[in-house]
Write a protein that binds this ligand. Structure first.
Ligand SMILES: [Zn+2]
Length: 295
């Protein structure tokens, strides 16, 4: 997990200072504009639920595996116990781990969708995130629904050690099956997409999109500079630099993300379903919590 960038999520309160242009923005106007600054188009970070609301038809979805929780397999403690970090993440986000996986529709294309939650331990990927994403990929294969993953993560979760790194291989294997089944996969890389997430599923999509100005990389710039003993170029690891160097297919303004994903799904041969909104619920509290087994 690399160090986070400057806090870019919209803070609470009436007014917000934009880190892009230093303008003072009225919070309500900012929310109405998909949390994109009207002056300079700086993209503030969105939480996973807001992301799903902004992309899915009627703002509704059916959530899966909401009850999976990490059982702290290493009994890990750094500055504080991992168990405490998990509790804090749950209290801050209302989620049980750093991802929401769901079924919904984007302009009538039924999709399996994954939205990562930066507010939960930096969107880091441990066993729960890895398992939920793998199951989402498997649902895509079984139902032949295109897969859409909104990446937002500091990388593998160090508090779960090697078990976190294993998730990279597990998800990649599932994605290879999705590829063989010829079901489309669209990834959206948002600020930040780094570490083990970049080194696995974020870079394996049929179409890779990114939001403007997003930090996307594997190791942080300081580590690279110290390793290669060279100064890095301006804008290194930002979406625009990656597009120029062939690592991305397109950069999409958030306000056009929904229509662009739909256009790509159509281009990739997905057929819009005659489905209504999914039968359900944004936060199915009815799902009983279940411990995740590690075998
Ligand atoms: Zn601005």
């Amino acid at each position: 997990m690399t160090a986070p960038t400057e806090p870019s999520r919209v803070p609470e309160g009436l007014w917000v200072k934009c880190p892009g242009c230093a303008q003072i923005l009225y919070n309500k106007d900012l929310s109405a504009n998909s949390s994109v600054c009207q002056q300079c188009a700086h993209h503030f970070r969105l939480d996973a639920a807001a992301r799903l609301r902004s992309l899915l038809d009627d703002g509704v979805w059916k959530e899966h595996d909401a009850g999976l929780v990490s059982n702290d397999p290493l009994g890990f403690t750094d500055r504080k116990p991992y168990a405490v970090r998990l509790q804090e993440g749950m209290a801050a986000t209302g989620l049980r781990d750093a991802v929401i996986t769901a079924t919904g529709a984007i302009e009538r294309f039924a999709v399996e969708i994954v939205a990562m939650e930066y507010g939960f331990i930096g969107g880091s990927m441990g066993v729960v995130v890895g398992e939920k994403i793998t199951r989402a990929v498997e649902r895509s294969v079984a139902r032949r629904h295109p897969l859409v993953i909104i990446c937002c993560s500091g990388g593998a979760r160090m508090m779960e050690g090697t078990l976190s790194l294993m998730q990279m291989a597990k998800i990649s294997v599932a994605l290879a099956r999705l590829d063989r089944a010829r079901v489309p996969y669209v990834a959206v890389l948002t600020d930040p997409t780094t570490g083990g997430v970049t080194a696995s599923f974020a870079m394996l999509a049929d179409v890779s999109m990114a939001e403007p100005g997003a930090l996307i990389g594997f190791a942080g710039p300081r580590v690279i500079e110290q390793t290669i003993r060279q100064k890095l170029p301006e804008g290194f690891q930002r979406s625009e630099f990656l597009l120029e160097h062939g690592m991305l297919d397109m950069i999409v303004d958030r306000r056009e993300l929904r229509s662009t994903i739909a256009r790509m799904l159509s281009f990739l041969g997905a057929a819009p379903a005659a489905m209504g909104p999914p039968d359900s619920d944004r936060r199915p509290d009815a799902v009983p919590p279940s411990e995740l087994t590690l075998d």
